[in-house]
Design a protein around this ligand. Structure first.
Ligand code: F6P
Length: 327
């Protein structure tokens, strides 16, 4: 028989994302509503190992729904990758009587949760918190909507100066392994080219295309590049174009971590609140080692392993749309 859940822990792990605070708030308040003791674990798995674990009441999560970052702080823990580290983490939970864990993070955090709950008798629930949106089983991840809107706002500003000077801009957005931010922000800002890690970049094609545009005096061009694009990101693309198109006035802008911060959008606050509530409910209903996602606006539960293995696949048809709309 499943053990009754009485005390739960919540942590944020990996890269932070806007909306993590809204998720923490939802977990804490739902847990308290159901009469559970809720504990916040600081700095992800690192804090779990260092016993940086504190009781949270409803007031401790007041006035955070609108704040970016994570009040629990986050980290990428090397020690948790070792079985010794995980043993210490388990002992700390056991000493406090915590018998359910909610992990808000990306795929690396889920890998940790999955191994941990297989080694020890502790049910873990994952909430997809990453700006990259590269997780299967959910249409959106907590933070993606805010990050992509930050990118769009920044690129719109770049477009003003780009247009004033008749320039070619290469804008690099985040996404080491995933092109969602590039694809969404690129389409929304009318980019001529979008380069993502999921497809091979043919720089010769892009240069040919720019040469053809130069001939017909179309000098204002925007190329949005994901940082993990195989050609080497924004700087490499900008350099190659400058070399081959000496007349073009080329500038490179790397948006960087600005995309990770800021007040979460309504959408991110909403999905984080819904996911947080259902994470606690899941533990109480006896679910274990699943990720709580939202698909077609309905809650969706998939094993953590599946969320890891089958990363969300980019629909490359979207790239066809880019070509047609930017001609
Ligand atoms: O996973 C989120 C993300 O922002 C990626 O898009 C990016 O490549 C990475 O984290 C950056 O990580 P760090 O903040 O450790 O440099």
């Amino acid at each position: 028989m499943e053990k009754k859940i009485t005390k739960i822990g919540v942590l944020t792990s990996g890269g932070d994302s806007p909306g993590m605070n809204a998720a923490i708030r939802a977990v804490v308040r739902t847990g308290n509503y159901f009469g559970l003791e809720v504990y916040g674990i600081y700095r992800g798995y690192a804090g779990l190992i260092e016993n940086d674990i504190h009781r949270m009441d409803n007031r401790s999560v007041a006035n955070i729904i609108q704040r970016g970052g994570t009040i629990l702080k986050t980290a990428r823990s090397k020690e948790f990758r070792t079985s010794e580290g995980r043993q210490i983490a388990y002992n700390n939970l056991k000493n406090l009587g915590i018998n359910g864990l909610i992990v808000i993070g990306g795929d690396g955090s889920f890998t940790g949760a999955d191994i941990f709950s297989e080694e020890f008798d502790i049910p873990c629930i994952g909430l997809p918190g990453t700006i990259d949106k590269d997780i299967a089983g959910t249409d959106f991840t907590i933070g993606f909507d805010t990050a992509v809107n930050t990118a769009v706002e920044a690129i719109d500003k770049i477009r003003d100066t780009m247009d004033a000077h008749d320039r070619l801009f290469v804008v690099e957005v985040m996404g080491r392994d995933a092109g969602y931010i590039a694809l969404h922000s690129g389409i929304a800002t009318g980019a001529e080219n979008i380069l993502i890690p999921e497809t091979k970049t043919n720089i010769e094609d892009i240069i040919k295309n720019m040469m053809e545009k130069e001939k017909r005096k179309k000098l204002v061009n925007l190329i949005v590049v994901a940082e993990g694009d195989d050609f080497g990101g924004g700087d490499a693309v900008g350099k190659a174009i400058k070399e081959r198109l000496p007349k073009a006035d080329v500038r490179v802008c790397i948006l960087g971590h600005i995309q990770r911060g800021g007040s979460p959008s309504c959408m991110d606050r909403l999905i984080a609140s819904r996911m947080g509530f259902h994470a606690v409910e899941s533990l109480l209903e006896g679910r274990r080692n699943v990720m709580v996602g939202i698909m077609n606006n309905k809650m969706n539960y998939i094993p953590l392993k599946q969320a890891l293995k089958s990363k969300n696949k980019i629909d490359t048809n979207w790239l066809k749309i880019v070509k047609i709309l930017a001609s």
